[in-house]
Write a protein that binds this ligand. Structure first.
Ligand code: ADP
Ligand code: MG
Length: 703
């Protein structure tokens, strides 16, 4: 770089070095070098006399922990790292800028008496287990401040990775009594349940497997906004969403953002995020613009649920950090701006065996089982689970942010149904009526464009559906209603648990002498109502859904309460996923998180009105009455939350404050923004937040 360019870079953070095309290409050689698995791990394990592939079997934790620790130590030192942390996911962790994951960094070296540091103190013990004071984390009453001990224990299903000078060891986080205090422990238990029950059912269907795994792929949506404007929005800074703000004269009405050329500043930032993720072996494959201005998406190649979730948390953390380096702020909240689309995190889900058979892939499962029955049985079980436990699926996506999104015609509604497509629906309908099965052959159709140079081509006969919360897309289901800021452990805990339960019920009937296909046909008859292939955004669907009697829970607060419903506690206990105590505690944590979030939003709104909106109105010599009335109502609402006597009622009161009182107050503020002269308005506007200049930073890209 020339001297002049360096000077410019220093003066204008907008021009800070973006990774050049060549650097990006050569960095692909670094893919996965910062994650301790595969050939990277094997090379260091070999030096300790350990076999390649050792880490694939979790029994290494009891046979070779000290040697693995030594291998990790050497790898760390080669990469310039000297610190390690047990890395865990406290209950209720969502992306609220901090607080996604827990970490305490410890030196891998000792401070010697000779005044020098000494390596070699990092042993199996340190690698496997940690004890920490976690009393400040939400525990839903499972732990008092004076019984603060929390334990972290290595999760062998997700690899150790390295960032900067620190080795990250994915762990679970449990109390002195073994109660789960985190998001990962229930997930691991649920994965075990679906594996056991999956293997059991597959055996009846003629497929032998040793294990069944949930494979997921998480499409992550987010906003990238200019940091300068972000700093002029206390609401975005503190809560991730704007509690006021007049719509810009232009939003997404031209439908001109989705998949449009990325803004060059955002592009530079996203390439750097990808680069960092590649080092950690996070396979971010797809990137594109999303529907709203300044909104983007990353999607990785799918993989086993625990690792994918760990990686997703890192993607969010890295995106926050890299965005700051590029003078932008990354927003993961579900609904940062009113009037334009919010963000989701589509949870693509399938189940695969250790032998590589995808249970949801019609061809693969037919081949493995030697006939069409297995697919029909598995699909019937899944349909029955969605119908029976739709309330738990709704619970798993309940969050303050998602309360604004579900049902706003930008995300599927708060009604739980599944879309199977007309083809499969007809096929299963024929089966349940006749109780006999032909092989299922996915239809295709030919499209001829009438252009000589473009040969006619074939496509699946089935279209896709984006208005269903849980559509089947061939080979996988896609839980589309999940919120963007969520740690999706609970989502996958629920999916694994309800499918395990459904598989278990089918197996029990088969073991009692019934024919698998008869059991499946009866299940379909009973649960057919949950299949809906129409438009989930239409006005007719809620009415129709009401008639059918499928799960519909509009309020996130009520959805959360379903976690402690007796039949759901019974399910989690039966599957060995959560105890009654853990269900109740987790419900309390969710409610606490809900009203805590609303309280922060309301307090921020109060500050913004007092420090910005009212002074601006007064300077402009306009009437402050409506805003003052709104302010008083919001302040009264905050008092009402404090006065309520349980987490549940506090959350209910908070929801009303947020969706009614704060909305009315906001209207008055936005009205004022319309008429106060721009130079007297001290908060960043939607225009400033949502429209980056497309040409800015172009030099950096071509550097
Ligand atoms: P679409 O827009 O069609 O949903 P994307 O490519 O944006 O497609 O994202 C699809 C996501 O689903 C990716 O993360 C992909 O790896 C994942 N995926 C694909 N097949 C499976 C599968 N069998 N099981 C789980 N996830 C899958
Ligand atoms: Mg998708």
């Amino acid at each position: 770089r020339t001297m002049a360019a360096r000077t410019v870079a220093r003066m204008s953070p907008r021009l800070l070095p973006a990774i050049s095309q060549r650097t990006f290409m050569s960095s692909l050689e670094d893919y996965g070098t910062h994650v301790f698995k595969g050939s990277v791990a094997d090379a260091y394990l070999a030096k300790q006399g350990l076999p390649a592939g050792l880490l694939d079997d979790p029994s290494w934790t009891s046979t070779s922990a000290d040697k693995v620790a030594a291998a990790v130590q050497e790898w760390a030192n080669d990469k310039g790292a000297s610190v390690y942390t047990h890395w865990f996911q406290p209950m209720g962790s969502t992306e609220v800028r901090l607080g996604m994951s827990g970490q305490v960094h410890n030196a891998m070296f000792a401070f010697g008496k000779d005044g020098k540091v000494k390596f070699g103190e990092f042993k199996g013990k340190e690698l496997l287990k940690g004890e920490t004071d976690g009393s400040s984390y939400p525990s839903g009453g499972m732990r008092a401040t004076h019984t603060a001990g929390g334990y972290t224990v290595l999760d062998p299903s997700s690899p150790i990775f390295l960032r900067g000078d620190t080795i990250y060891i994915p762990t679970v986080f449990v109390s002195f009594y073994g109660d789960a205090l985190d998001e990962k422990t229930p997930l691991l238990r649920a994965m075990q349940a679906v594996s056991n029950e999956g293997v059991r059912l597959l055996k009846h269907l003629g497929v032998s497997a040793a294990a069944v795994y949930p494979n997921i792929g998480l499409e992550q949506e987010f906003f990238l906004i200019p940091r300068e404007a972000f700093y002029k929005r206390p609401d975005l800074q503190l809560t991730g969403r704007s509690v006021m703000g007049k719509l810009a004269p232009r939003g997404q009405e031209m439908c001109d953002h989705y998949m449009a050329p990325p803004n060059q500043l955002a592009m530079a930032c996203m390439r750097e995020i990808q680069h960092e993720c590649f080092m950690l072996g996070i396979p971010l494959k797809t990137r594109h613009r999303e529907v709203a201005p300044n909104q983007y998406e990353f999607a990785p190649l799918f993989g086993i649920a625990t690792t994918q979730i760990d990686q997703n948390l890192m993607v969010m953390q890295i995106a926050n950090e890299v965005a700051a380096r590029h003078d932008m702020a990354c927003l993961f909240q579900e609904k940062p701006f009113m009037g334009i689309n919010g963000s989701g995190k589509h949870n693509n889900f399938s189940l695969g065996t250790d032998t590589g058979v995808n249970l949801l892939n019609v061809g693969q499962i037919a081949k493995a089982s030697g006939g069409p029955e297995a697919f029909a049985v598995i699909m019937s079980a899944i349909v029955s689970a969605v119908d029976t436990y739709g309330d738990l699926m709704r619970m798993a996506i309940a969050s303050p942010g998602n309360d604004f999104r579900l049902g706003a015609c930008e995300a599927p509604p708060a009604i739980v149904s599944t879309y199977l497509g007309d083809d499969i629906t007809d096929y299963l309908d024929g089966f349940r009526k006749s109780k006999s099965l032909k092989p299922y052959v996915p239809n295709t159709k030919e499209i001829n464009l009438g252009v000589k140079s473009i040969a006619p081509f074939t496509v699946p006969a089935e279209d896709r559906n984006r208005t269903s919360p849980f559509p089947y897309g061939g080979h996988r289901f896609e839980f589309r209603a999940v919120g963007s800021s969520q740690n999706v452990s609970m989502v996958n805990t629920v999916l694994c648990t309800i499918f395990a339960d459904a598989f278990s019920r089918v197996s029990t009937e088969i073991e009692a002498g019934k024919k698998a296909t008869d059991v499946a046909a009866a299940l379909l008859d009973k649960h057919w109502k949950v299949i809906f292939n129409g438009n989930g955004y239409s006005e007719e669907w809620p009415v129709e859904a009401g008639k059918r009697g499928v799960w519909r829970i509009d309020s996130g607060v009520e959805a959360m309460a379903r976690l402690s419903a007796p039949e759901n506690i019974a399910l989690f206990e039966k599957m060995g996923v959560l105890s009654e105590k853990e269900c109740i505690a987790r419900t309390a944590v969710m409610h606490e998180h809900y009203f805590g979030t609303v309280e922060m939003e309301a307090l921020t709104m109060v500050d913004m009105i007092k420090q910005h909106v009212l002074p601006s109105i007064k300077k402009a010599e306009q009437c402050p009455k409506a805003v003052e009335a709104g302010l008083a109502a919001v302040e009264a609402g905050i008092k009402k939350i404090h006065a309520a006597d349980s987490e549940y009622t506090k959350a209910q009161v908070a929801r009303e404050l947020r969706l009614e009182t704060m909305v009315t107050c906001r209207e008055a503020c936005d009205k004022a923004e319309e008429t106060v002269p721009a130079d007297l308005w001290t908060l960043a506007t939607y225009k400033e937040l949502l429209f980056l200049d497309a040409n800015q930073g172009a030099e950096a890209f071509y550097e």
